[in-house]
Design a protein around this ligand. Structure first.
Ligand SMILES: [Fe+2]
Length: 360
């Protein structure tokens, strides 16, 4: 036996076959020949027993008689192909059952062999079916590998894109002495509110990204309006408000739809009376309603070009006064509990560096 034969036998030794036939003589005949060729062989006298053997451990190939007592080979074939897609099936059939054999091929059988058996044909059919199975498994593994790679790349690209958008937000804030650190603080406040409201982890993550990126659309706002030291006119306020929909459009390719909606609706009034607004009440996503309160709270407790920062107490009072109109009462209730907490007080205290918060 040369080296190549040795290699071939070591590959075959890994292949376990199962012959399913109610005739002991046929099972033994197949076992003898296939064992001689290096395959490990199991036997079953019925479809039910065959399913037991398959459940006990991996089988590379089943030689399945069509006529079996109880459940027929034709009946059990779909069960095998569904439950054990990596197992090849060769149907054993009498010449008079050719139509059934063709039906089996349509249902996923890999080949069929005719009784009385020509053992060379049996051997060839088994070999071909195993080669085909091996190719299918390799193909599936390669497809999985490619899918994993694409997924990996997509995650990496999204991470980079999110990082770039985040950097853009910080760059925009850094340009304006009144908005430095606004998005980071709003994120912390929004998350504190979200946790107080019992948001699930997944929605807290949406809220985090929505809050961090909520003002990226300000890149489209006229700097003369954005940096205006006096109070805004109604028209100017409406112009600034376009940043919500512009921001949603900027982040849309790299975040999920919930984050997009959070940003798009972060200036919607709870009672529906805000400018450029289509939704109201609970139709506005909860993450957006939370962000609205967090955004306003940070704006009020920050200096403005035309006024000094409000105290936490006054800001909470002002937000409470607007509950049901501009703000969701449930979120306001959460703010009342959260604003007194040490964490938020620390956060506000930490913001008392350069003046902050345009609140838009
Ligand atoms: Fe905003």
């Amino acid at each position: 036996m040369n080296k190549s034969d040795n290699n071939q036998n070591s590959v075959l030794a890994e292949e376990k076959l199962l012959t399913v036939d109610d005739e002991t003589g046929i099972r033994h005949l197949l076992r003898r020949r296939l064992s001689q060729e290096g395959y490990r062989c199991e036997e079953a006298e019925s479809a039910e027993r065959a399913l037991d053997v398959l459940a006990a451990g991996p089988i590379s190939l089943v030689i399945l008689d069509i006529r079996l007592p109880g459940k027929s080979g034709l009946e059990v074939l779909p069960e095998i192909k569904t439950g054990y897609p990596d197992t090849a099936v060769v149907m054993a059939t009498a010449l008079s059952e050719m139509n059934t054999a063709v039906q089996c091929l349509k249902q996923g059988a890999d080949d069929y062999i005719c009784k009385p058996f020509n053992m060379d044909e049996v051997s060839l059919s088994v070999q071909r079916a195993l080669e085909r199975r091996d190719m299918q498994i390799r193909l599936k593994e390669y497809q999985n590998y490619l899918e994993d790679k694409v997924e990996e790349q997509t995650v990496e690209i999204k991470k980079l894109s999110l990082g770039a958008i985040e950097a853009l937000v910080y760059a925009l804030e850094a340009k304006d002495r009144y908005t430095g650190g606004h998005s980071r603080r709003v994120t912390e406040i929004a998350l504190a509110l979200g946790r107080e409201l019992g948001l699930p982890k997944e929605n807290l993550e949406d809220l985090r990204w929505g809050s961090l990126l909520h003002d990226v659309g300000k890149i489209a706002v006229d700097p003369r309006v954005h940096n205006k030291p006096d109070r805004l006119t109604g028209e100017e306020y409406e112009h600034i408000m376009i940043h919500a929909s512009v921001g949603a459009g900027i982040v849309q390719p790299v975040v999920n739809e919930r984050v997009v909606k959070t940003i798009e609706h972060h200036h919607d009034y709870y009672d529906g009376s805000g400018p450029l607004q289509a939704l109201a009440g609970s139709d506005i996503p909860l993450t957006a309603r939370i962000l609205t309160v967090a955004d306003a709270f940070d704006a009020m407790t920050s200096d403005r070009p035309y006024r000094s920062a409000m105290s936490i107490k006054d800001a909470v009072g002002e937000i409470e006064r607007c509950a049901g109109a501009q703000f969701d009462p449930e979120v306001v209730a959460a703010l009342l509990k959260t604003a007194e907490s040490e964490a938020v007080a620390t956060l506000i205290a930490a913001s008392s560096g350069p003046p902050i918060g345009s609140g838009s």
